[in-house]
Ligand binder design. Structure first.
Ligand code: GDG
Length: 476
């Protein structure tokens, strides 16, 4: 242990921000995965000797910490059975559906829970080993909700933050979780618990009151310290965002703009390109979107050749049964729509079950006249913000679900309830027919909002709150 280096700032997330890639000559290397979180935390990492604790994405990989760009990465190994129980099971088939309004039924299995506890303990132990005295540790997301408490038990000197990237459900749903008290106790080990929306923070505080009866004074929760006093925990909304400048920069590149023109050309120059970009997930409302689009073709409101729907559905969680079933359903629907409405020269739906490089995504955003974000429930939805960030031409219409966190900020989008198929159809038609002046007015307002709250602002606001919270509670 004496040779372990200690860090003043530690990020803990299920996945490390790198992917193992094997070059054609057979040599393996690590490639930075360009997620928003990495970008947000890069400056903090650089300024404060940071380490990142997480799983390297492959089973049974026991690796020593290594340096990638400016951060030290600390791999946490997972066995195949843990991947099945902790990750695919408890994280993605229990918590994910439960926290997204039980759109799909959550599965509750005791052995999945046991694995979740064990793996959370391993992440906590790894973090405790690398954190310097008095360090700040920022734990990310629903896979690691027990880590804050486990960490505090070993290391009361640390300042601990937690951010939940997905919604926190209303108590009536949360109460289904057989381990509902343990999860909340786990989270309450943090000094600050961040959520995407004000409503999520409210749901969490209510669950704390209902299950533990602790006093709350928004945004503070008073957690008894066992000595007759209490610790203050802050539960508050910190809406996440994107690296706006990097999207703008890509959108301004001539070759990306040329690619956008080529995409329109390849689609047969329709007057309207509608676009959906999602991980293939049942929370994203892809089926509802296809249904509404199909009915508009059936009614003759839209016609093939004139309008096309491009749907990028990037592969996700392909070993979880609900995702396999969803893929089948979507591909059946797309096949039916194209079978019924496509012509030799024009598709109704261009369906793409691939991941694309970011430049291609930006070109798609630039080509899209109408962006459809129709999630049934979504923590934030970064695609909505990316579309807006890319539209430096102040054109394009965003149709946005009220059930995505982004709707709290992006009020100038066409807000929809995706369960209301008629309402969704009306919004799609309004988007197609919207006059240029109104498109510009709305897009300008949306852009202002996204630029004002970018991802650097998100992380600095969270970390400021964390510093302040710990200062108030006194050094522990
Ligand atoms: C969770 C919460 C919350 C997608 N396909 C490709 C690709 N993407 C990128 C998008 C976007 C990201 O993936 C997806 O982010 P979302 O926010 O839309 O959704 P989740 O993956 O469900 O994320 C969500 C988020 O965490 C952050 O807190 O907003 O609510 O569910 O950046 O562009 N990127 C590339 N190729 C693809 O094919 N390059």
């Amino acid at each position: 242990m004496t040779d372990t280096i200690h860090y003043d700032f530690v990020v803990v997330s299920n996945r490390l921000p790198v992917d193992r890639v094997v070059d054609p000559d057979g040599t393996a290397r690590w490639q930075r995965s360009p997620g928003g979180l990495v970008t947000a935390l890069e400056p903090v990492m650089r300024a404060s000797r940071g380490a990142w604790v997480g799983w390297a994405g492959q089973p049974d990989l026991e690796l020593a910490p290594f340096v990638s760009d400016d951060a030290t990465l600390v791999p946490v190994p997972l066995s195949p059975i843990e991947i099945e129980r902790y990750y695919e099971g408890f994280s993605n088939d229990t918590l994910w559906p439960l926290y997204h309004d039980v759109i799909a039924p959550p599965s509750f299995h005791r052995e999945w829970w046991e694995s979740y506890v064990e793996v959370n303990q391993r992440f906590a132990d790894a973090s405790a080993r690398v954190a310097a005295p008095g360090a700040t540790v920022w734990v990310q997301d629903y896979q690691l909700q027990l880590v804050p408490r486990m960490l505090r038990e070993q290391r009361p000197d640390l300042t601990i933050g937690f951010f939940n990237h997905i919604p926190f459900p209303p108590f009536g749903l949360y109460a289904q979780l057989p381990w509902r008290k343990q999860v909340i106790e786990g989270l309450l080990g943090a000094d600050v618990i961040g959520f995407q929306r004000v409503a999520d923070a409210g749901n969490f505080s209510r669950a704390v009151r209902r299950l533990f009866g602790y006093a709350t004074r928004t945004p503070e929760i008073h957690v008894p310290d066992g000595l007759g006093g209490h610790r203050s925990v802050i539960a508050k909304a910190f809406p996440i965002s994107i690296d706006v400048e990097s999207f703008e920069e890509i959108a301004r590149r001539p070759e990306v703009q040329e690619r956008a023109r080529q995409i329109r050309d390849d689609l047969g120059n329709p007057s309207t390109i509608m676009l959906g970009v999602d991980r293939l997930d049942y929370t994203k409302g892809i089926r509802h979107r296809l249904k509404a689009f199909g009915e508009l073709l059936r009614d003759g409101t839209l016609s093939v050749g004139d309008a096309v729907l491009v749907q990028v559905a990037s592969p996700s969680r392909e070993r979880v049964a609900a995702y396999m079933q969803l893929r089948d359903e979507i591909e059946l629907t797309v096949g039916r729509l194209n079978g019924t409405y496509a012509t030799i020269s024009h598709s109704a739906v261009a369906y793409l079950h691939h991941g694309y490089p970011r430049e291609e995504m930006v070109a798609l955003y630039l080509a899209a006249d109408v962006m459809l974000v129709t999630a049934l429930r979504d923590g934030m939805n970064l695609v909505a913000k990316e579309y807006v960030a890319c539209r430096t031409d102040e054109d394009g219409v965003l149709v946005l679900s009220e059930f995505a966190g982004a709707a709290d900020e992006l009020k100038n989008a066409l807000l929809v309830n995706p369960h209301d198929i008629d309402g969704l159809k009306e919004a799609m038609v309004a988007a197609v027919r919207m006059p240029h002046r109104e498109r510009t007015t709305r897009m300008r307002a949306l852009r202002r909002r996204v630029r004002d709250n970018d991802v650097a602002r998100w992380s600095s606001t969270f970390l400021d709150t964390l510093r302040h919270a710990n200062h108030h509670s006194g050094a522990r």
